[in-house]
Design a protein around this ligand. Structure first.
Ligand code: ZN
Length: 427
């Protein structure tokens, strides 16, 4: 399949592009006093980059580096070359502001146009955007890519259900860009109003939050879709569109000519073996205003080895499995809540709630108990067998022996905070 925006590189070509990009990024970073200090601290000069392996010798950067340089952190171009800023939520303290040159905006739109292309969209499609505009990158990215692709673009933004439905009918958008919860809300409204016949929607691209399989099926069925896709992104790496689900729906392809991904153990910052879960650490290859050097995303995922059934040569990572800050260390094994959730999701006899308890016994041996709620349809008679098969599956998934306890539906505390799901009684 020939693409307009998605490049086709042989492995050798890609390596050369990545190495050139890495050398460019280190040279570019040295133009910022903030980066210059960091690189001097570990004694790196641009001439030191001779292979991609040399990436390991570079310092990591973190959200603290962005906060420290407020209002234009890690800026590597004269301020008059900046044409735009975006910012992320910044729930505590200062916002993270990211600057863009004109070329950065161009690469941002390319990154998004590639995602649309992977979803099979063409200039004949029409894109209705339901994600946030303003300082956020989401709306800007969905719009930039859509216009680059040549699609008629309808920039509505989030909320405003009535306007969305009216414009969907009147302008006949074939694709909707939304968060999963917004897409579900619209799907339910379309169903309730019985207006599906008047719509031309074929596809939905869901960004910025992980959606469950149940949510995906509900959105596709209620809107009568051909397909829906997950898109990944982060403000630090332009915005949305860093990676995209394809028709094989087995991981997200990421643009390996625009950035490198390392998957590291969040404790030791050493690489984990390919295919294992760790923290994704990103190095940009083309960013001008704010290049990223081994930027810690704190997002957990894994690289998926092998070729994708869709035939695209771009590498893939799994969906985001949680935050590295939520990692548990149990008997020397790193365990992430996302891995537990994956196992729980396999069993229809379970509800979704869970609680983890960690204890240390008198022999200084750690024990982990996972308490799970039975679903309201399942009978308590099967608890013992259910607990055993969950424990077996967990052992396979995380390589640790976890005691499983099944309890009545509704008996665990309800909370949105992951930290409250883990009770650590060690020491
Ligand atoms: Zn694919």
């Amino acid at each position: 399949m020939a693409y307009r925006f998605i490049p086709h590189h042989t492995a050798e070509e890609l390596y050369r592009i990545q190495l050139e990009g890495l050398s460019f990024t280190v040279a570019q970073a040295l133009r910022s006093p903030q980066y210059r200090q960091k690189l001097a601290d570990c004694g790196v000069t641009p001439g030191d980059i001779r292979s991609l392996e040399d990436l390991r010798h570079l310092p990591t950067t973190d959200v603290e580096d962005l906060r420290a340089g407020y209002p234009l952190p890690l800026c590597c171009v004269p301020e008059r070359e900046i044409v735009r800023i975006h910012a992320s939520s910044g729930t505590t303290g200062k916002r993270k502001i990211l600057a863009y040159t004109a070329k950065d905006i161009e690469t941002f739109s390319l990154q998004m146009a590639r995602c649309y292309e992977l979803a099979g969209l063409t200039p004949d499609d029409r894109m209705q955007v339901a994600v946030g505009y303003g300082l956020w990158t989401a709306g800007a990215g969905f719009q930039l890519g859509s216009e680059k692709m040549g699609m008629l673009t309808i920039p509505v933004g989030p909320g405003n259900l009535d306007m969305h439905l009216q414009l969907l009918r009147d302008l006949g958008a074939t694709c909707l860009g939304a968060t999963a919860s917004m897409a579900l809300l619209m799907a339910e409204e379309v169903e309730r109003a019985g207006i599906l016949d008047g719509l031309k929607l074929k596809k939905v691209i869901c960004g910025s939050e992980t959606r469950s399989e149940k949510m995906r099926l509900a959105i596709e069925r209620k809107l009568g879709l051909e397909a829906s896709y997950d898109i990944a992104g982060m403000t630090e790496m332009y915005g949305p569109g860093t990676a995209m689900d394809c028709d094989a729906h087995n991981g997200l392809h990421y643009w390996a000519d625009l950035f490198l991904i390392e998957v590291l153990d969040p404790e030791t910052l050493q690489p984990v073996p390919t295919g294992e879960v760790g923290e994704m650490v990103v190095t940009s290859l083309r960013k001008e205003a704010v290049p990223l050097l081994r930027y810690r995303t704190h997002d957990l995922s894994r690289l998926l080895p092998g070729e994708c059934a869709c035939g695209l040569a771009m590498p893939r990572h799994d969906r985001i499995l949680g935050r590295s800050d939520d990692m548990l260390i149990f008997r020397g094994v790193n365990i992430y809540p996302g891995q537990l959730m994956d196992v729980i999701a396999v069993f229809p006899e379970l509800g979704g709630e869970y609680q983890v308890e960690l204890r240390r016994d008198e022999r200084a041996l750690d024990h982990m108990t996972l308490t799970l709620e039975r679903s309201s349809e399942a009978s308590a008679d099967g608890d013992a067998a259910l607990a055993e098969s969950v424990a077996r599956r967990l052992h396979k998934a995380v390589m640790a022996r976890i005691d499983v306890r099944i309890c009545d539906p509704g008996s665990l505390p309800r909370t949105f905070s992951k930290s409250k799901r883990v009770v650590d009684l060690r020491q």
